[in-house]
Design a protein around this ligand. Structure first.
Ligand SMILES: *[C@@H]1O[C@H](CO)[C@@H](O)[C@H](O)[C@H]1NC(C)=O
Ligand SMILES: *[C@@H]1O[C@H](CO)[C@@H](O)[C@H](O)[C@H]1NC(C)=O
Ligand SMILES: *[C@@H]1O[C@H](CO)[C@@H](O)[C@H](O)[C@H]1NC(C)=O
Ligand SMILES: *[C@@H]1O[C@H](CO)[C@@H](O)[C@H](O)[C@H]1NC(C)=O
Length: 962
């Protein structure tokens, strides 16, 4: 049997109930005919759906006609042995599926559907079942204990369903095991109130044939039962992203066939059994993000097979495992944020395959040895926050695939190697807080992909090289706290991508502030303080429309401050200069240019500078975040991908999926007259959108990318195609359908469903349309977006994170129904960025934790959703109001302060309550701590409850603002 990704979830148990007590069903062998009847009965119990049209009795009834039904496999005797309806959009419950009719069933595969209700306890009657996959549905409640009867099961997967936490016993058929259901339900409560033990059933240890257990991403808690240590056939044990606590049972370390153990993101603690890796040829070990203490398993790579190893974010102490030194198979290793000790140049070896290693924030000592230069495939090397001494070895420039290099906060000395310019892929370079001296090498200009540069807090001297102007992708640059001198080069004006921060403070820079700064229209934060800059502030700085923070203090500047918002901040930013004047309290007023005070200006929600001041450092570590995505979320989405038609790179590339199964490339070229501007309906940074009417009459939106896939590496191209292929399979009424994707040497484009009203941002910005979008419809828009996000987060495996929720990415149909667009493609569609710097996210919607974590999670979307919800109520981006709202969390918020004034106030108390609850929900979504934010499923539940309360139109009191 082929290995597939398997998950088993919704397990919870009542340990005192004997497993073998099964419902008193079925003694006689059901005939094939009765099997057909059982299938039909189930079909009738669920909503009519086209996927089951073949399920019907033909007039010439033969005993095996049901074997031809879609998804059914039979043996020679006509008994059903396989039921496979994976990925079929199936809705309904399994309640009326009489499992007792299918004793021969070997394979039950219903993954990726929209099934609800509980998993019936009678599933335990499928005693021959070998393969069970119910993953990625919306099953609720508790996984039935009877599953432990499935002694033949080899692989189990019921992951990524929804646990509501509330067991609805009404879902169990009366008269069967209803009584037991009650017990489950009761026990669950008891366990919650006690010591949280026993949620993964001990009895799972009875399924001796199990080779794979996967419980990822569910809500298990309690401990890992030690009986699992008796499953001697087990090769894969995965329980990531649950709330498991306690220690790993020692006998897990005795399993001799275990090759893949993943327990990351739980609450496990204690020490990790040292037998892990010692008893079996482990290839994968993920124990990151728990609370482990003690030593790492020292023999983790005893058999020389270890490929991926993460133990980051724990409290491990003690030495680096000695078996790692000769672990030449190592591909990815993440040990950051522990208290590991060791000598960098002794405890690590040469890793020819190594792709990614993060050793940051441990207690490593020693030097940075030249042999790191041998790991030619490294894309990320982070050893920040240790006690590394010595020089940065020149050999590092051999790592020509390096994208991220972070050696910050060590004690490195010497000069920055001049050949650094060889690292042309480098996107993130952080060497700050070391003792580096000498000049910044001019070769830095060769780093044309650099997006993040931090050389601050060193002892660098000399001028800022002119060549810095070639690093046109820089979004963040800090050179502060060095001894740099000379004037700021003109070329700084080329760095138009600068956004998060430009910090040249605490140096000895002289000369004037250049008018070129005015070109930095994306820059939010500029710090030139504590230098010797002189002259006046050029008026061109008014062009810096994004600027929110500026610090020019402690220089020799004189003359008037430009009259823009950023210069309207506090005196502190301009203090200790020669003679600046302006309207700030504490500064001399400039008698030359007196402008009348405009008191209404403050109240204005400026559309130009729609920026959240307090989260302005959000973008700081976005590149960082992208790396996190790759580390954590790119664990193969290939599983569900169908074949695509992309041929070799040398032929004319052309691919499209699921679009009526037809090739429509020519149709699109014809319909748009080869992308004539006449058909263009939108222009973005990296794409133009065209409206194309196909010969069939269907209208589609065609998003033509300005980069072709020709420029992608082959590897990337493939994963891009895979990703798109997966996305084309997604169907949700609130998600803009991606029909397909074409890549040709001339054009690369995505084909989407066409939505008549365009983006929510557009609708809100037009007074006429905004009025049409009344309170009722706005609530519906918010609810629809919540549904879409909930679906992608909780019903997709792996979950799909949007990364760029904003009012520009929500499109409206003719009836003003919201559809989220660009799901999952945000990172491909960001303008002018290489794949690593393709920072998704729109300023003003980005979650604050991206400033300090690497991981883009679903909770980032939740944050953006919060911003969007407020925006929909206000009618414009809330900007700075977000921070005010956040500080008001516990206080009363005047609803009228946030409601769009273009609409009449809500006409009834009910509607007002509804809007109030949306504001509360939005505030919850805007929690700074991502853990505190609701999941999208919780958020949409909140909205649903309100819906049934209020929006059933019972009278003509519906709000319809004119
Ligand atoms: C494991 O599977 C074999 C057939 O492959 C079967 O004979 C055996 O009974 C199963 N083990 C258990 C404990 O059921
Ligand atoms: C199940 O049985 C209980 C008591 O026996 C009864 O109150 C309840 O209405 C029944 N539920 C259904 C769905 O038949
Ligand atoms: C780890 O343990 C500490 C106290 O020992 C606790 O406060 C913290 O919440 C734990 N972290 C996790 C992720 O369980
Ligand atoms: C190791 O991780 C990489 C990237 O996450 C993945 O592509 C690869 O399949 C993993 N290998 C193993 C053996 O798990």
């Amino acid at each position: 049997m082929t290995k597939q990704v398997k998950h088993l979830s919704l397990f919870a148990t009542f340990l005192l109930v004997s497993l073998l007590v099964l419902p008193p069903f079925c003694n006689a062998q059901p005939s094939p005919n009765s099997q057909a009847e059982a299938l039909l009965k189930w079909k009738q119990s669920i909503a009519n759906q086209s996927i089951l049209t073949s399920w019907a009795i033909k007039t010439n009834l033969s005993s095996s006609s049901h074997c031809k039904w879609l998804g059914i496999a039979c043996n020679n005797a006509g008994d059903v042995i396989g039921l496979n309806l994976a990925y079929s959009g199936l809705k309904g419950t399994l309640e009326r599926l009489d499992f007792s009719s299918f004793p021969q069933l070997l394979r039950l595969d219903l993954k990726v559907n929209q099934l609800t209700g509980t998993i019936p306890i009678t599933i335990g009657l499928l005693t021959n079942l070998q393969f069970l996959d119910l993953s990625t549905n919306a099953f609720t409640g508790i996984f039935p204990l009877s599953v432990a009867n499935l002694s033949m099961v080899v692989e189990l997967d019921v992951s990524r369903n929804m646990i509501s936490g509330e067991l609805d016993s009404g879902l169990f058929p009366n008269g069967t095991e209803g009584a037991k259901t009650g017990l489950f339900s009761l026990q669950r409560l008891l366990i919650q109130d006690t010591n949280m033990s026993g949620y993964i059933p001990l009895e799972l240890g009875n399924c001796k044939n199990l080779t794979l257990i996967a419980l990822d991403g569910s809500h298990f808690f309690g401990t890992i039962p030690s009986s699992l240590g008796n499953l001697s056939e087990l090769t894969v044990l995965r329980m990531t992203e649950n709330q498991l606590s306690g220690e790993i049972p020692w006998n897990i370390g005795t399993l001799t066939k275990l090759i893949d153990l993943r327990l990351f993101k739980n609450r496990l603690f204690g020490s990790v059994p040292q037998g892990i890796g010692n008893s079996s040829a482990l290839t994968t070990l993920h124990i990151a993000e728990n609370n482990f203490t003690g030593h790492l398993p020292q023999q983790v790579c005893r058999y020389g097979k270890l490929v991926n190893f993460t133990a980051s974010y724990n409290k491990f102490s003690g030495p680096i495992p000695m078996s790692l030194r000769n672990c030449t198979t190592l591909f990815r290793a993440r040990l950051e944020y522990n208290q590991l000790t060791g000598i960098l140049d002794q405890d690590f070896g040469v890793y020819p395959s190594l792709n990614y290693i993060d050793l940051s924030y441990n207690r490593l000592q020693g030097m940075f040895s030249p042999q790191w230069g041998e790991s030619r495939h490294l894309t990320l090397l982070r050893i920040a926050g240790n006690m590394i001494v010595g020089r940065v070895p020149e050999e590092i420039v051999q790592l020509n695939q390096l994208v991220v290099l972070d050696l910050s906060s060590n004690q490195l000395s010497g000069e920055i190697p001049v050949q650094l310019g060889n690292l042309t892929e480098l996107s993130y370079l952080s060497l700050n807080a070391n003792k580096l001296f000498g000049q910044i090498p001019s070769q830095i200009g060769a780093l044309s992909n650099l997006g993040y540069l931090d050389l601050s807090q060193n002892m660098l001297s000399g001028p800022i090289p002119n060549q810095i102007g070639n690093c046109i992708k820089l979004q963040f640059m800090s050179l502060s706290k060095n001894g740099l001198n000379g004037s700021i080069p003109d070329q700084i004006g080329y760095l138009v991508a600068l956004q998060t921060l430009l910090d040249l403070s605490y140096n000895s820079l002289t000369g004037e502030i250049l008018s070129e700064f005015g070109k930095l229209v994306n820059l939010v934060n500029l710090n030139l303080s504590h230098n010797n800059l002189s002259g006046s502030i050029p008026n061109s700085l008014v062009d810096m429309v994004s600027l929110s923070f500026i610090d020019l203090s402690y220089n020799d500047l004189e003359g008037p401050l430009p009259n823009t918002k950023a210069f309207n901040s506090s005196l502190k930013s301009f203090a200790n200069n020669k003679d600046l004047c302006g309207e700030i309290q504490g500064l001399r007023a400039c008698n030359t240019s007196l402008t009348p005070k405009n008191s209404s200006q403050k109240r204005e929600h400026s559309r130009m500078v729609a920026i959240i001041v307090t989260s302005s450092i959000s973008l700081l570590f976005l590149i960082f975040a992208v790396v996190g995505i790759i580390a954590l979320y790119c664990r193969g989405r290939q599983g569900s991908v169908q074949e695509y038609k992309s041929q070799s790179r040398n032929e004319n590339l052309f691919s499209i999926w699921n679009f009526d199964g037809r090739v429509v490339y020519e149709d699109i070229i014809n319909a748009t007259e080869d992308f004539n501007d006449e058909y263009c309906i939108g222009v973005g940074g990296s794409a133009r959108v065209y409206k194309a009417k196909l010969p069939s009459g269907q209208v589609v939106a065609v998003k033509k990318l300005s980069t072709t896939t020709e420029t992608m590496e082959i590897e990337d191209h493939k994963s891009f195609m895979n990703e798109i292929a997966t996305l084309t399979e997604i169907r949700h009424r609130n998600i803009v359908k991606l029909y397909g994707y074409c890549s040709h040497e001339r054009h690369t484009f995505l084909v989407y469903e066409f939505l008549e009203r365009g983006s929510l941002a557009n609708v809100l910005s037009s007074d006429k349309e905004a009025k049409e979008l009344d309170w009722f419809k706005r609530v519906e828009v918010i609810r629809s977006v919540a549904h879409a996000l909930c679906y992608m987060h909780h019903s997709c495996m792996p979950p799909i994170i949007h990364r760029d929720i904003s009012s520009k990415n929500v499109l409206l149909s003719l009836e003003l129904e919201a559809h989220v667009s660009d799901f999952g493609t945000a990172r491909f569609l960001k303008p002018n960025t290489s794949r690593w710097t393709s920072v998704a996210g729109t300023y003003g919607y980005i979650a604050p934790e991206l400033a300090y974590t690497m991981a883009v999670t679903e909770k980032c979307d939740v944050y953006s959703f919060g911003v969007l919800a407020i925006e929909v109520l206000m009618g414009s981006h809330p900007g700075e109001l977000i921070s005010r709202l956040k500080s008001l969390v516990d206080q009363r918020i005047e609803l009228e302060d946030v409601l769009d004034r273009r609409l009449l106030p809500p006409s009834s108390q009910k509607i007002e309550d509804e809007l109030n609850s949306i504001v509360k929900l939005a505030l919850w979504c805007l929690c700074v701590d991502p853990q505190s934010r609701p999941t999208m499923s919780a958020a949409s539940q909140v909205l649903e409850i309100k819906a049934s309360d209020h929006w059933v139109p019972s009278n003509n009191n519906q709000p319809r603002a004119k």
